[in-house]
Design a protein around this ligand. Sequence first.
Ligand code: URA
Length: 460
Amino acid sequence: MNFLSLIEAKREGRTLTPEQIWHFVHEFTAGKIPDYQMAAMLMAIYFRGLSTAETTALTLAMRDSGDVLKFPGDPRPLVDKHSTGGIGDKVSLPLAPLLACLGFRVPMISGRGLGITGGTLDKLDSIPGFKTLLPAGKIVEQIQKVGCVICGQTDRMVPADKKLYALRDVSGTVPSIPLITASILSKKLAESLDALVLDVKFGCAAFMQTKADARKLAKAMVALGNECGVNTRAMLTDMNTPLGRAAGNWLEVKESVACLEPISCSRRCESAHSFPKSNQRGLTFAATEINDLHELVLDCAAHLLVQTGKARSLAVAHKQAENCLASGAPRKKWDEMLVAQGADLNAFNKKLTLDHAAPVVLEIKADCSGYVSKCDARLVGEVIRDLGGGRLTKKSGINYDVGIDPLAKPGEAVRAGDVLARVHAADSASAKAAIAQLKTAFEISAKRPAQTPLVVEIIQ
Ligand code: URA
C-alpha cells in the first residue's frame, strides 16, 4: 500500500475503500506508518470528513486492532452506557449495579479524566483497594458471575485508538465528528454489546458546547452503532450545571452510594418538588435530595430495557428500574462488585461514614436572599482541577479527596448567609483560592428561574 497516495486522495476529498482503511489502521498500529504521515491523514480527514461507509470501516478496523471481549451464550443481554463527559457525572457508578439487577450483563470499560472532565476510573480509584485494571479473562469471569464490572481498557483492547488518540491530541484533530465517532464506538464495539445508550452532553462544561453540535455527534454515533449491529440510542443532556450535588472523585463515589440507597419512590418524588428551606439547607447528603442524578440513572436503565425488548414502553421500563432501585438489590450488588474487584469493604464503609476525607473544608455562603439562578459547571470543574482533583496532563497525579459538595442547584431558594457549597481542599491556601474562584460560579436572582430539562432530546 502506498500510504502517501491515500493521504493525497483524502486531501482531494476522494473516498477511501474499506480495504484501504483497514490496511492503514493495521499498519499504523504495527508501527509501520510514521506519526508524521498519519498526522497528515488525520488532518485531511478533519477537513474533508468521512462518508458513513468510511467511518464504519475505520471503526471496525480500530475495533479489530486488538482483542474483542468474548462472552459465553447467556440470556442476559450485554449493555453499556457512554457519556461524553461533564462535571459531577457519576451516572456509571450507580447504573452498573442497577443494570446487573435488572438482568443485564454490563462490561463497563471506562476512562480517566483529563482537564476539567472527571473520569469514572479516577472516581473508583478513591475506593480503598479497588482495582480498575483487569485482564480480559477476569472481566468476562466477573461479568458472568456478578453481572457488572467497571474497569479500564486492557493493553490489548483497541490499541489503534490509543495511538490515534495520542496523535490527534497533539495535531489539532480531536474535534472531528467521524474521528470522535470511530474512537468512541470502536471501544464500545470491543465489548461485544447488544445495546448501548449514549449520553451526549451539551453546554458550557461539555465537549460539544452547543445543542446543534451535540445532536450532530449523537446522530453520527447512533447511525454507526446501529449499522454495526448494536442497538444504539442517544440522549442529549444539559451540562451547564453540574450533575447531582457533588463534584470531585471521592465525593462523587459517596453521592453514588447515596443514590443506590433504597428509599421509597414517593419520598424521592416529594423531595424533587420541595426545594430545601433556606435555614434548613443540610450539609450532608440525604438520598432524597439527589434528583437529577437519580433521574438520569433511571432514564439510562429505562432506555436499555426498551432497546433490548425487556420492557414494552419507556414508562413501564422507568417504573421497573425505579422499583429495582428501591428494593435495595443494586446497593448490595455495588458491594459485590467492589469485593470482586479487590476493594477493602471495611475501609470503604469506614470512609463513607466520614463527613470529609480532605483535611480542610470551607463553606461558601449566599450574600443575598433569592433563588439560585446559575451554578456554572465549567467554573466548578476548573476549581476542582485547581484543587488537585483533575489532571493538567495525562501523567499528572490527582488528589481523590478534594472537591465540592453539596452544591446548591438552580431553582433553589436561599437566604443571605446560607451555605451554597463546601470546598474540600488539601490545605487552607488552596481552599481560600477555591472559594474566591467559586463565588463567580453562582448567581442568585430575585425571581425563581424557569427549570430547564436535563434530557432535551432522544435520538434513535
Ligand atoms: N472520547 C473518546 O474516547 N474519543 C474521542 O475522540 C473523544 C472523546
